[in-house]
Ligand binder design. Structure first.
Ligand code: SGN
Ligand code: CA
Length: 545
């Protein structure tokens, strides 16, 4: 009798364990590559309508001062995964290796019983730790018929990258999800990264559109330091007709090559030419059927260029390049938005929406012609800030806007707290949970720290670090210069006037200097570390030569 009773009790216990639901929230982390907040209609509707991403703003919270710690792709991803600044996780630029011995938040989720998956662009490593299932693009990846690295085998999938990453994600939800566990899904788009190849139908659609120019398109960088003047990311000077604007190499050749082919003289006094191979390596991935679709628009671009370019002055060339840039960049975003719609609809239809935290962000912002630029890297707003929208039914009130200084550094701790998993003590961010719950008085951060390293390198943005509050920005450019800049964010939102020498601001400036040093102490950054990374960079280049 005693044995029967024990047997029954054990079975009862096992039954209750099996049926005990795991109610921890799922996390769907959606990130694009180089998606400027100016190209999300919830933030700014002058350029494009993004109804699906906007749903997250309507149903959740939109951060208007979300920013990154280092505005470049792989370092941003390393910060997100480790919850640490570049100077501590070691991934200071796109080229330095990522130390995979470090703890990343997906590993903690997996250890805590979450099912984890990742599809799309990670940018480093081919075996993301702590991820049960993955297919990731090698490095930057391709837009057309992309190759993916997988756990068991690598594969080339026919089609357009944004659609494919979404198909993989939806397939996982439908066929691979373990319903007894909560999930962490990292759904990571390659778009809208340069060279902005849209899907052929969107390429055609957006080629017909004209976009408003930003007020600073013709910035001459007066009242700024040498960093803005020497950066190589100006549309007129550095954007390339073949690779970026997609004028056919044969057209340029027909026109006599020369001027449209030569782009600029770089800092080493070398002529930089537009490279037809880069055009072919992208367009050349398309099969004959896909090429035929692209050809319709490519022919229109080349005809227009041949007819009009010889008559254009520099102002007109700038305007032409800006339109070509926006047409392609925004067309790739239109695909991202459509595909996010597919995923949000799936969550609704499956009922998963109720207990899923959906996050939309980018690895950093991007210049859409502001200051005459494309690309990112600078602490100036358009690349320093990044979109951040979060929906979490019953926890986040729908339709809130928040202007606190939050960073990609905070993501790991936020997700861990939401999943009730302890965060490692050495993570450097802060959980955004009080802001998500509307307890804004429990949030007391006034300013954030930023540090960019990748120099000398493509686009030639000088090394710099700085402090940013809601009102001011103080920056030091260093390495081959030593220059300070300061901006009044409220009165000069376009950051056209460096007020560092303006005596009216001297008290504020001195106070910002003190606060910057405090931040560097707090986050354990220092001149010694700068020197360490500079030497590492120089040694690496010595070995290469
Ligand atoms: C490539 C791009 C650059 C871009 C870097 C880094 N040039 O070099 O414009 O800044 O990647 O981008 S391209 O001609 O190859 O498109 S990042 O997103 O990986 O940091
Ligand atoms: Ca990027």
């Amino acid at each position: 009798m005693k044995y029967i009773l024990t047997f029954l009790l054990i079975n009862l216990y096992l039954f209750s364990c099996n049926t005990k639901e795991d109610n921890r929230p799922n996390i769907l982390f959606i990130m694009s590559d180089d998606h400027a907040y100016q190209a999300i209609s919830a933030y700014d509707d002058r350029l494009i309508n993004t109804p699906n991403i906007d749903r997250l703003a309507e149903e959740g919270i939109m951060f208007t001062n979300a920013c990154v710690t280092n505005s470049i792709c792989a370092p941003s991803r390393a910060t997100i995964l480790t919850g640490k600044f570049s100077h501590l996780n070691g991934k200071i630029d796109n080229h330095s290796p990522f130390d995979t011995a470090q703890i990343t938040f997906p590993q903690l989720f997996k250890n805590a019983g979450y099912q984890t998956a990742m599809f799309g662009k990670l940018h480093f490593g081919n075996n993301p730790k702590g991820v049960d299932d993955f297919l990731i693009l090698p490095g930057q990846g391709d837009y057309i018929n992309p190759k993916f690295l997988g756990k068991e085998k690598d594969t080339i999938i026919t089609g357009y990258v944004t659609d494919i990453i979404t198909d993989l994600t939806l397939d996982w939800f439908k066929n691979k999800r373990d319903k007894s566990k909560p999930f962490l899904m990292m759904y990571l788009h390659k778009a809208p990264h340069r060279a902005w190849w849209p899907r052929a139908d969107k390429f055609a659609e957006f080629y017909e559109k004209t976009f408003p120019e930003p007020p600073t398109l013709f910035d001459d960088y007066s009242n700024r330091g040498s960093a803005a003047k020497s950066a190589e990311m100006n549309l007129l000077t550095h954007m390339r007709y073949m690779e970026d604007s997609k004028v056919r190499p044969s057209t340029i050749k027909e026109m006599g090559g020369a001027e449209p082919e030569i782009v600029y003289v770089n800092s080493q006094k070398n002529l930089v030419r537009s490279n037809p191979n880069q055009f072919f390596s992208r367009y050349g991935r398309a099969n004959d059927m896909q090429k035929a679709e692209y050809d319709i628009t490519l022919d229109k671009i080349s005809d227009d260029f041949k007819k009009n370019w010889p008559k254009m002055n520099n102002v007109e060339k700038m305007r032409w390049k800006f339109q070509r840039y926006m047409q392609d960049y925004l067309a790739t975003i239109s695909s991202v938005d459509d595909n996010i719609g597919r995923v949000l609809d799936y969550l609704d239809d499956s009922g998963l929406d109720k207990n899923t935290i959906v996050v939309y962000t980018s690895d950093q912002g991007f210049y859409l012609g502001e200051h005459g630029w494309f690309d990112k890297r600078f602490i100036y707003d358009e690349s320093f800030k990044t979109p951040l929208l979060i929906r979490w039914p019953n926890t986040i009130k729908p339709g809130i806007t928040n202007d606190e200084m939050v960073q990609n550094l905070d993501f790991a701790q936020t997700f861990l707290e939401a999943a009730m998993i302890d965060a490692p003590k050495d993570m450097q961010g802060e959980s955004l949970m009080p802001l998500l719950k509307g307890d804004n008085d429990k949030w007391d951060r006034e300013e954030v720290y930023y540090h960019y390293y990748e120099y000398p390198s493509v686009h030639m943005v000088k090394r710099h670090y700085g402090i940013v509050s809601k009102d001011y920005k103080l920056v030091r450019f260093y390495y081959d210069v030593d220059e300070w800049e300061m901006y009044d964010r409220k009165n000069d939102p376009n950051e056209m006037n460096n007020i560092y020498e303006n005596e009216e601001y001297s008290d504020i400036r001195e106070n910002l200097h003190i606060r910057l040093e405090k931040l560097r102490d707090k986050y354990q950054d220092s001149d010694e570390l700068n020197e360490f990374y500079i030497q590492k960079y120089l040694n690496k280049n010595k070995k290469k030569n």
